[in-house]
Design a protein around this ligand. Structure first.
Ligand code: FMN
Length: 313
């Protein structure tokens, strides 16, 4: 079979537009070995019988255990579990060393604090190119309904409700907010904060796309620029909220575009990198001025104070 005529990196990036949740799929092999793999390929298959699936890379050190164990568990991560996701996304001898877990069905580990989990019997293995698709029959599940960790374009995200305020697609026509703002909800500060973020974020993203960087690339550029030179790679990873492989990917793209040289720990912005950063900051500032131009400096200070209170509450 010949490979299609497109580049794998571009294909992976295009797939990244499909936002998913993040799971850690676990199992205990017949030899007692416990494995776990961060996976976003999880999906539902059937209600009757209750089936789910996920796919595992043939290169994974956990493959043999999943092929040989009769059970596995799918843990759906909550929004505050990106560290757990990072821990199970990198090959290492004992991924469970610093992790609290309980033994689930067939000894497959289940985690506390997750959004939910499914305990499965291995139902079918289907070969799919360089992956195996593993189908499980759900025997037991827990629905904790915590807000989930979301994965989109190589970065961790969270779910916030879709805005009630809809702008025209071209963004030129002002949204009709009069009805909403005079309703009881329109006087609730938390509701207003969510609507405000949603409303300005959409515009910011469309401005931002004009810079020619993906969200993960500009996130990394902004964080690298403001980070202390002694910041550890682990802290940088926290600050950018991206898995290690996506940081590498974004570093690669920024280097290819001539914006950055060196490694994550020892990086240097090129002249073009500084220019790009200036473009990004100009967009941030222009957007802030556009939205808040009617406020005086002292009103802005009070607004900032209120937001900081909400952030650290
Ligand atoms: C967000 C995210 C999603 C991933 N999804 C999958 C997946 O669906 N299947 C898979 O085999 N690997 C996936 N990986 C990669 C594995 O987590 C990683 O390669 C693996 O845990 C490496 O260790 P291992 O060799 O012990 O399996 C994903 C990684 C991340 C960060």
């Amino acid at each position: 079979m010949t490979a299609p005529d497109f580049d794998t990196r571009a294909f992976r990036r295009a797939l990244g537009n499909f936002a998913t949740g993040i799971t850690i799929v676990t199992a205990k092999g017949p030899d007692g070995k416990k494995v776990g793999v961060t996976a976003n390929s999880f999906n539902s298959v059937s209600m009757e019988p209750p089936l789910i699936l996920w796919s595992i890379d043939k290169r994974s050190s956990a493959l043999e255990t999943f092929q040989n164990s009769k059970h596995f568990a799918v843990n759906i991560l909550a929004s505050d579990q990106s560290d757990l996701s990072n821990n199970f996304a990198k090959p290492q001898d004992n991924k469970y060393a610093d992790v609290d877990y309980l033994d689930g069905l067939g000894g497959a580990p289940v985690f506390e604090g997750v959004a939910g989990y499914f305990e499965c019997e291995t139902y079918q293995l289907v070969e799919g190119g360089d992956h195996w698709i593993i189908i499980g029959k759900v025997i037991n599940f827990v629905d904790a309904s915590r807000p989930p960790l979301v994965y989109h374009q190589g970065g961790y995200s969270m779910v916030i409700p879709h805005p009630r305020i809809q702008k025209a697609a071209d963004n030129e026509q002002a949204a009709d907010t009069s009805c909403l703002l005079s309703s009881p909800l329109g006087n609730n500060l938390f509701y207003l904060m969510i609507q405000a973020v949603n409303s300005s974020h959409a515009n910011f993203v469309s401005q931002h796309l004009k810079v020619g960087l993906r969200n993960s690339e500009s996130r990394l550029l902004l964080v690298l620029d403001s980070a202390d030179p002694n910041t550890s790679p682990a802290d940088l990873q926290k600050a950018v909220a991206m898995p290690a492989r996506e940081i590498e990917e974004a570093m690669h793209t920024l280097q290819n575009k001539g914006l950055l040289t060196g490694s994550l720990e020892n990086h240097q912005l090129t002249e073009a990198g500084h220019e790009k950063l200036k473009e990004l900051w100009d967009i941030v500032r222009a957007e802030q001025e556009r939205v808040f131009s009617n406020l005086t400096d002292s009103e802005l200070e009070i607004f900032k104070k209120a937001l900081k209170m909400a952030v650290s509450a």
